[in-house]
Every structure is written in C-alpha cells, then in structure tokens.
Design a protein. Structure first.
Length: 490
C-alpha cells in the first residue's frame, strides 16, 4: 500500500522589531503551523540597533515551532520578509561586521541630505525623497566607518542575513528591500553614478533580483538548525509592509490595504508608479510587474501603549462619537505620511471628559489620519475605489474596526489570518513553479473572516472633527495647503 499524498505547504518568515514569526500554510489557506520567538534591541536616543545573531537564533526557534507537526515532504518553499530600511555591513562570506541599523534609526541626518542633493534628478524621476531612516543614508554612515581591512565588505538588508544563512552561501538581495538603499525600480539597476558622487564603491552593493525569484535551496546545516528540510527552495522576499499586503489578498489594481499596528501603513496596487512630488509616498514593484504604492504614518496603536484596560475602554468609547477632544496621536516625534514633517508632535484639541473619552479621541484620531491618507492618495491621482482591507494588530478590536469603517465611510474586509508571514507563504507558493497569477494565488490562500460595513449616517458624525484636524495640521505648517483643500472636499 502507498502512503496518502502529503498536502503541500509553504513557509513564510517575518522578521519584525520585537519578534520573528513563522507560518506554514497550504494552497487553500489552511494554517499547518505557527511559531514565534522574541527579539531585543538597543536604543540610544535616535539610534536603534539589533544584533544579527539574534535574528538567526529567533528564526531557528520560530521555524522549528511552526514545522514541528509538518511532514518534511510537505514543505515546498520558504520566503523571508523584514523591516524596511534595516541595513548592516557583512564580509565576503556574508558574516555580519556590524550590528543592524534598524528601520527607525535616525542617526544619518546629514548623510540623507547629502544623498538627496547628489541624486536629486534620480529621486525626482522615481518620486522619492531620501530620509534619515532610509537604508541609503545609513549605508553612507556605515561605509564611512568601514572596519580595518574593508576589502570584500558589502551591505546586507535584514532579510539577506537570513536567506544567506539558509542557503549557506551569499545570495542576491530582492528589489523590495533594495528600494530604500537607492535601487532604481524603473531601470532595475543601482544608480552607480549617484553612488560615485557619494563615494560609495560599486562593490558595496549586492546583485538584485525581483521578489519571487528562487535564490537557492536550504543547506544541510541550516536544515538542522531551523527544521526546514534540506533542499527546500528559498524564494526572494519583500519588505514587511509589502508582505502584509500580500497577506491581505489586496493585489489587484485599485485595491488598498490599511495595516494598523504600532503605526499606520497604507499600501495599494496600481498599474503604474504613483508620482509624489513631496516624496512621502513611494512605490514598490510587485513580483507580477504591477506597482505597490504606499506610505507609513507615525500615528497608530502605539499611542495606546501606556493605557490599561483597553478592552474595557473600547466598550465605553462608543458613548463618545465624536469624542470631546480631537487627537493627533503620534507614536513618536515626526511625521512621514500623509505629509512630511520631521518637527511634528502629537497634540490634542480640547479636554476629554474622562479616560474613556480620551481613549475615544485617540482611536478616532488614528481613523481621521487614515481618512486623510486615502484622500492624499486620491489627490495624487491613484484609484482608491477598490475593496479596502484592514490588517494589523488593531483588527483584534472589533470596535476600532467598526469605527474606522464609519469614519472612512466604506466597507472593509478583514482576513482570517492576515500577517506578513502569511504574505511570505503566498510569495513562496507563487515563486516555486506555479503558473497562476500572484493575485489568484493570494485569493486562494487568504481567507476573509468578515466584512465590516459602515453604519448609515455615522460618517457625517466625524465630518466636523475631520475638518478641524485638517485645519490644525495646516495651521501648524505641517500639511500643505493644496492637500488640505483637497482633503476638505473629498
């Protein structure tokens, strides 16, 4: 007798800020296993670093847990995502020479200004602005402090460290992680003429492939450490924001995914890149050739972290619609999207009646900025009428999801298992020989748990707070007047 066929699964790995998460999923979206392991870092003012050895140890623990009940023959591929803009230096054998400078490390202010000026024509053509948190600025900071005997030194993104360990040999990076290092997605090449002016040798920069490309296979040593079977194809991944979009299933032109966790990230799909003169919105390239424009705000659930009894406050917040105060709930100083204002600080207009009213103001403030972000996207000419998806940790609050749908005045889909690790499982399935379009693969693997409809008449309740918040942001000089005028009308 023959054993029954083993159902195929694909493994996705998400290297976050506080943990590594791994998920194995089948072609129809059944989750065969999950695992996670914590990460720690070091912050010092505007600096934020993590040790690459910690990433690898956490990956080994998370994948081992995710695959503990999965037959080895079932695993057909693996893909890795990581935080956008996290970068370090490695040697010729891909061994780390520095700690990883994290996505929100802001030490490279002067380098960002220099990089922006030196490559202004390139960045204008790409619709980008080099910011201190971008990898290119941090690459300059690191390269000017090369360790002695720097021959063979090159840069690596957070995910590159893991894919190289899995393969047991250096492998190319993917164009998604390379974007904030200055990679030109239109020509699909590094702008070495800009790098020459910045004193960055071509040898620093790795080969680049599109996400979904098979990089190699898992070596025996990595298999023993991670539980991923030897010979499993390693598929080039994407940044965590793009991975979350894949995990949302929002992969057809006109669809948008709003990821609300510690901060708010909005990503969509367009047939061509979105041009943003302000540079606060930029486009990744989808594995299937479409474009993934998006932006990351500094408002989000992180503003609630100091509060206790959130579930109780959620239940009470419904008494305050709208709240007695209007909040701009920044998680940390400085705003990146839907406007660029490094000097921005959180504020509250008015005085809440009690703690529940204050909580309602914070929840509503995030939703109002989410509405402003969608207006900004429309202002740039991108279609936003397609289905909207909510993902991220905030969807655990049914009240907040309903409130957001009410403020936006549009329905939202909430997937059953929407996270970046699932997105990488989707990409792994797409990249390992399937002939189906990426959107079709995602549609079959991403299950929709519920659709939240806006309550009739509720959107109008928040029209006045929305207008007053726009007025205040414009008055402070953060929100451009042209954007403010458009948002009031839309």
């Amino acid at each position: 007798m023959h054993d029954p066929p083993v159902e195929a699964v694909w493994l996705g790995i998400d290297i976050g800020t506080q943990s590594v998460r791994a998920l194995a999923a089948s072609a129809d979206g059944q989750v065969a296993g999950r695992g996670s392991a914590p990460l720690t870092g070091h912050r010092d003012g505007g600096r934020h670093e993590q040790r690459p050895a910690g990433w690898w140890a956490a990956v080994c623990a998370a994948t081992g847990a995710a695959l503990s009940d999965v037959p080895p023959a079932a695993v057909r591929g693996v893909a890795v995502c990581s935080t956008s803009g996290t970068v370090l230096l490695v040697d010729s054998a891909d061994e780390p020479l520095t700690d990883g400078l994290m996505y929100d490390d802001g030490r490279a202010h002067s380098e960002a200004l220099e990089a922006q000026a030196s490559g202004a024509q390139v960045w204008d053509r790409l619709g980008q602005r080099i910011q201190p948190s971008w990898a290119l600025a941090k690459v300059m900071w690191l390269a000017r402090r090369l360790p002695a005997g720097g021959s063979g030194v090159r840069i690596a993104h957070q995910a590159d460290v893991i894919t190289a360990r899995l393969a047991g040999t250096p492998v190319p990076t993917d164009s998604s992680h390379a974007l904030k290092t200055g990679y030109d997605l239109l020509t699909e090449s590094w702008p070495h003429e800009v790098f020459d002016r910045l004193g960055l040798p071509a040898s620093l920069f790795p080969a680049v492939v599109r996400p979904g490309t098979v990089l190699g296979t898992v070596c025996q040593d990595a298999a023993a450490r991670t539980g991923i079977p030897s010979g499993t194809p390693i598929v080039a991944g994407m940044t965590d924001g793009c991975a979350s979009q894949l995990g949302s299933g929002a992969l057809e032109a006109g669809r948008w995914n709003s990821v609300l966790g510690t901060t708010l990230v909005l990503k969509g799909v367009t047939a061509s890149p979105v041009r943003d003169p302000a540079g606060v919105m930029y486009s990744h390239r989808s594995p299937d050739g479409l474009w993934l424009p998006g932006g990351a705000s500094s408002v989000g659930a992180g503003a609630l972290s100091a509060e206790a009894g959130l579930a109780t406050l959620d239940a009470q917040a419904g008494r305050y619609e709208p709240a007695g105060a209007i909040a701009y709930p920044l998680v940390s100083p400085g705003e990146r999207f839907p406007f660029f204002a490094p000097q921005a600080e959180g504020f509250m207009i008015g005085t809440p009646a009690d703690e529940a009213d204050r909580h309602a103001a914070l929840l509503q403030g995030v939703a109002l900025i989410e509405r402003l972000a969608l207006a900004y996207v429309r202002h740039l000419g991108a279609p936003v009428e397609g289905p909207l998806t909510f993902t991220g940790g905030a969807v655990r609050s049914a009240y907040w999801s309903q409130l957001r749908a009410d403020v936006l005045g549009r329905p939202a889909r909430i997937p059953e298992h929407a996270d970046a690790a699932l997105g990488m499982a989707v990409l792994s399935a797409y990249g390992t020989g399937t002939s189906r379009p990426l959107a079709e693969v995602a549609e079959s693997m991403v299950r929709i748990r519920t659709i939240v409809e806006p309550r009739p008449g509720w959107t109008e309740r928040f029209a006045d707070p929305y207008g007053r918040l726009i007025d205040e942001l414009e008055k402070r000089g953060w929100l451009p007047s042209a954007v403010a005028s458009y948002a009031r009308e839309h």
